[in-house]
Structure formats: structure tokens, C-alpha cells
Ligand binder design. Structure first.
Ligand code: SF4
Length: 337
């Protein structure tokens, strides 16, 4: 299996929406893998990041629940054989789940080609990391909202910069034994941490394989509420572009929006997202893939047959693309640089 980023790059290179949807339809009818499973095994977080809904007390009260391992086993049995990627950790902190390593092992059991873990990393020990990689983990994605102690601990409330740096050292050690294991950093850019991007090489050093640069987006109520992207847009050529070029020089995959896309985001307009919707499978204690899908009694295939997913995909491929306006922007068009 090639790297998932090669597939993503191919996806961004194919400009025709119809062609992409037809490709998906083909994968669908041939029984091939094409969905990305984004799994939050537990709806809790040890951090209270200021840009995240976990910083909002009211919202936090609604975020609860944990999937039992047996439930995740059943979900894996019904969906994982069609997954191209399994991402453990999406909108909460997966290291708070006691069976994290076994969950990663389920991805391997069902031969999911790319398994990643998205975490703030403060609770992850070196032993757990080694065990996770041994159990099939391909990539560790660390969220970072600053590269100095001051900014990191201010924006990532409850987080400890020293633990972040310790984990980076652990990653370096684990990579010696597993050189194919990858480190990804997801950096959410705002007006308070834009300049710190230049410190990335001092902090993360040569361990970095993938960097995602994500201008701040409103994903719900949060303590930090400066969503003005004007300065980020204005600094694109002096801050972001040189970083993108340095990544290229160092052979690091950089996922970043185009300059134009930052402004389009501000207008809160997103393109037709039929492709993303067809491949996106979110699982948490509160939901699993589709509202009317029951993983206890159904499989991907029985649901697809019942709801005529193949026919729906074909209809979308030949139907008119829809543009839409949204209040909350969750998805951004990242280009793989
Ligand atoms: S670590 Fe992630 S889930 Fe937790 S508060 Fe921060 S952004 Fe939110």
C-alpha cells in the first residue's frame, strides 16, 4: 500500500468532480476500500484549548460518553474492511480511552492501509507509543497551537510544553526502530501564534514528515474568538509561503490552503462537498457513520444495498454541483504542497 498522501494528492490533481465521483462509484461497486473512518472513542479531553469547543463550559457539558471496546469491535467488523484510512481521534482526546492500543490493533486486524492517531500527546507515554506502532500505527498527528512555552500553554490550556517536547523526543527514538512511522503536526494558525511558525524547526526538528497549516476556523463556541483572517492572508507570502517551500526542500508533505482559499473561507462559502460526504465516516459514542445505520445489525454492504448508495453516487456524479453557504466552517480545501 502506498502512502495515503499519494492518494490524496491524486484526489486534488483530478479537478473534475464528476470523474472523482465516478471513481468512487467504481470503488463502491467493486467492493474496494474508499472511506475514511474518523473515530472518537471517548468524548472528553484533558485540555481546554482556547480555540476549541472544549473551552466552552456549556458545550463541554454535552460532550460525554465513551464507546466500550466490544462496541468498537462491532463497528470495526461492520465498516473497517471498506476503510482506506482509520483516524483515531478527531474532535476529542483518544488517549483518554483505556483500550487505545487495542483499538489501533483493530485497524491492523482489518488491514486498514493507513492508521493514524490524532492527539495532544501529553498523556501518551513512550511505552504506549511503541506499543501503538507495533500494533499498526502508521502516523502520529500532534496538535500544536504554538511553538513557545508561553503561547503553547496559553492557547492549549492545561497542556504542558515540556510534555510536548518529551513526546517529540520519544518519537525520534521510536522512529529509529520503525523508520516508516510518520510524525504529523497540525498547527492551527491565529493572530496570536502566526509568527511562531518560524520556530518550528528548532522545536520539531528533523522528525517532521507531514505538516498541516490550518488557519483558525469557527468550529463552535470557544474562549478565543478572533477569527479575523486578514493578517494571516496578508502574511501568506512572507510567513506561510517560505515555510511551504522549506517543507518542499526537506521532503516534508505540507497541507496548506492556497492564499485565495483563506479569503473564500472568510466568506463562509464552500464548494460542493459530495465527494467528501461520500468518503467521510465519523464514529463517536453518539453516532456511527449515518443516522439510520446500526452497526449492531448491519454492515457497510447491507446498508449500502438498503439505501442504494451506488445509485446515489452515480446520481451525484451526473447531477449538478451544489455550492453552499455555511455558518460554521469545518472543512477547508487543503492542497498538498
Ligand atoms: S487537545 Fe484537541 S480536542 Fe482537546 S481541547 Fe485542544 S483542540 Fe480541543
Amino acid at each position: 500500500m502506498g502512502n495515503i498522501y499519494r492518494i490524496l494528492r491524486l484526489g486534488t490533481q483530478i479537478k473534475s468532480r464528476r470523474l472523482k465521483l465516478l471513481g468512487l462509484w467504481l470503488f463502491h461497486v467493486l467492493g474496494r476500500r474508499y472511506i475514511g473512518v474518523f473515530l472518537d472513542p471517548v468524548m472528553a479531553c484533558n485540555f481546554r484549548c482556547k480555540m476549541c469547543y472544549f473551552s466552552d463550559e456549556e458545550k463541554r457539558k454535552t460532550l460525554k460518553g465513551s464507546l466500550r471496546y466490544e462496541e468498537i469491535e462491532a463497528i470495526a467488523a461492520s465498516l473497517f474492511h471498506r476503510a482506506l484510512k482509520l483516524q483515531v481521534g478527531c474532535g476529542a482526546e483518544p488517549t483518554l480511552h483505556k483500550d487505545l492500543i487495542k483499538i489501533i490493533g483493530l485497524g491492523k486486524k482489518y488491514k486498514v492501509p493507513y492508521i493514524s492517531l490524532t492527539t495532544n500527546g501529553n498523556l501518551l507515554t513512550k511505552e504506549q507509543l511503541s506499543a501503538a506502532v507495533e500494533n499498526g500505527l502508521d502516523e502520529l498527528t500532534l496538535s500544536a497551537h504554538g511553538f513557545t512555552r508561553e503561547t503553547y500553554e496559553y492557547l492549549m490550556a492545561n497542556g504542558k510544553f515540556d510534555l510536548f517536547k518529551r513526546l517529540l523526543a520519544d518519537v525520534a527514538d521510536v522512529k529509529k526502530k520503525y523508520p516508516r512511522f510518520k510524525l504529523r503536526i497540525n498547527y492551527t494558525i491565529n493572530n496570536a501564534n502566526l509568527e511562531e511558525l518560524s520556530c518550528i524547526w528548532d522545536i520539531v526538528g528533523s522528525q517532521l514528515d507531514i505538516l498541516q497549516l490550518r488557519p483558525i476556523q469557527k468550529i463552535g463556541d470557544s474562549e478565543y474568538n478572533d477569527f479575523d483572517l486578514t493578517r494571516i492572508y496578508a502574511s501568506y507570502d512572507t510567513v506561510l509561503q517560505p515555510l511551504i517551500e522549506e517543507c518542499r526542500r526537506r521532503n516534508i508533505i505540507c497541507l496548506a490552503p492556497d492564499k485565495r482559499n483563506i479569503i473564500m473561507l472568510e466568506e463562509n462559502e464552500v464548494d460542493d462537498n459530495s465527494f467528501e460526504k461520500a468518503t467521510y465516516c465519523y464514529v463517536s459514542p453518539r453516532e456511527c457513520w449515518k443516522d439510520d445505520f446500526d452497526y449492531r445489525t448491519e454492515t457497510f454492504e447491507s446498508y449500502a444495498a438498503r439505501r442504494h448508495l451506488g445509485r446515489q453516487l452515480l446520481g451525484k456524479a451526473f447531477g449538478k454541483a451544489k455550492r453552499q453557504k455555511v455558518d460554521v466552517t469545518r472543512k477547508m480545501n487543503y492542497n498538498i504542497k
